[in-house]
Structure formats: structure tokens, C-alpha cells
Design a protein. Structure first.
Lengths: 138, 116
């Protein structure tokens, strides 16, 4: 087994910013897609198909664009972080998505869901800490 | 057909883990000037995108057939599958501390799933 890979020194700050940016764009894309889908349901009876497409596609396209940007960040993160570290750190999106749903979509977060999110955050902190220790040793 | 769902869910997770492993493999390689070096990066990248596309459409099909509350716990297990996949295919070292973090994330996602 190889030891945990250490990132290239010049890109020391990138993994963390890359992970945060990737998760933020995923959260934005989820919110935009949800807004697009909701608008389809609201407008379905009042407007013609072409009008619906013209309006809704703005949200859907914004969602797809954000997803593509998040994928570019993901590839940059994969270049410097081991896969299992990157894949687990990216679970921070499970904190950003409910937060964005609360702020922009007015969705409520139940105490049980908040507890689950807190446990996920704890797991992410444990993994980030363990990677930092491995990086210091390297 | 319903008896096949657990197998199809595992297959979809295998597509996702395999796709990410191929992408990581592609990103590990440095793009060189020679055509051989470019192919060495392009082939795993294409395989990764292909597997992730398969995962996406299989997951959509499963979402249309099965309730989300049934699917979500399997999705929550993906960090566990990824940890096994990365340590087997990419020889990434998993320390006890990392396993602890993975299990916390899986547990947290299970609680989020149960709150739906």
C-alpha cells in the first residue's frame, strides 16, 4: 500500500478551496434545478409550451452551467487529492444544499435532519484533520 | 422485477465508484506532448465519463421505479464503497481515523435519509 499522496506544494491551498467551490456550485445547481422544476409546475396551465420553455430553461440552464463548473473544480481537486479524501470532503455539499434550500427556497430543516448534517460535518472534519496530519508528516 | 432492485442499485454504485476511479486515474497522469501520453490520459477519462453516464441513467431509472426513502440509504453508503474501491484499485491507504470519518459521514447521511 502506498502512503497517502501529498499535494504539490504550489497547489497547497487548492484542495480546500477547490472542494468548497465544487460543493458551492453543486448546491447552486441543485437550487436552480429545483426552481426550474417548480416553475414548470406553476406555469404549466397558464402559458404555452414555448413560453414555458423560454422561461424555465433559464433556471435549468443555470443549473446545468453550475454543474459543469462544479465538475471542472472536481477534476482540479482530483489532480491533487487522493480519491477517498476528495470524495468524502465533497460531502460538505450535504451541508450547503440544505442551507441553500433554507435560505433561497424557504424549506425547513427538521431537528433530526440538522443532527444528521452535524454528524456528516463531524465526519468531514475528522477526514480533513487526518489528511492534514498525513500532509505534515510527508 | 422488484427482486432485482438491490442488485441494480449495487450495480449503479459500482458504475459510480468505477467512473470516479477512472477519472482519478486520468487526472494522476500528466499530459505529455507525445500522442501516447495524451491517449494514456484520454482513455481512462472517456471510460470515467462513460461509467458516470451509465450510473446517472441507471439511477434515474431506479428513482422512477423505487421510492426515494428506499434508495437514499444505498446512496448514503457510497463513501463506504468509494473507500473500498479507492484502496483496492488505487492502493490508497485507509487509516483507522479515515474509516472513522467515513463511518460518521455514512451515519449522518442515514440520519438525514431517515428524516425524510
Amino acid at each position: 500500500m502506498n502512503p497517502i499522496q501529498s499535494p504539490v506544494s504550489v497547489k497547497r491551498g487548492l484542495p480546500y478551496w477547490g472542494v468548497v467551490c465544487c460543493a458551492l456550485f453543486v448546491a447552486a445547481s441543485q437550487v436552480f434545478l429545483k426552481m426550474g422544476v417548480d416553475d414548470t409546475q406553476i406555469l404549466h396551465s397558464g402559458l404555452s409550451w414555448l413560453e414555458i420553455q423560454g422561461f424555465v430553461s433559464r433556471w435549468i440552464l443555470a443549473g446545468i452551467l453550475c454543474y459543469i463548473i462544479s465538475f471542472v473544480f472536481w477534476l482540479k481537486v482530483l489532480k491533487v487529492l487522493p480519491l477517498n479524501i476528495a470524495f468524502n470532503l465533497i460531502n460538505i455539499e450535504h451541508i450547503f444544499v440544505p442551507l441553500a434550500s433554507y435560505l433561497f427556497l424557504g424549506e425547513m430543516i427538521s431537528p433530526m435532519r440538522a443532527a444528521g448534517i452535524a454528524v456528516v460535518l463531524l465526519g468531514i472534519l475528522v477526514i480533513a484533520d487526518s489528511y492534514c496530519r498525513a500532509e505534515e508528516r510527508a | 422485477m422488484s427482486g432485482w432492485f438491490p442488485i441494480l442499485i449495487i450495480v449503479s454504485q459500482a458504475f459510480m465508484v468505477g467512473g470516479q476511479i477512472f477519472l482519478k486515474h486520468a487526472m494522476n497522469g500528466t499530459a505529455g506532448e507525445s500522442e501516447t501520453a495524451r491517449w494514456k490520459q484520454a482513455v481512462p477519462f472517456a471510460c470515467g465519463i462513460g461509467l458516470l453516464t451509465l450510473w446517472f441513467f441507471l439511477w434515474l431509472e431506479l428513482l422512477s421505479q423505487v421510492e426515494l426513502s428506499y434508495l437514499y440509504p444505498f446512496d448514503a453508503l457510497s463513501p463506504l464503497f468509494m473507500a473500498f474501491g479507492a484502496s483496492l484499485a488505487l492502493k490508497e491507504k485507509m487509516t483507522p481515523r479515515l474509516w472513522c470519518g467515513v463511518l460518521l459521514i455514512v451515519g449522518g447521511l442515514m440520519i438525514v435519509g431517515a428524516s425524510q
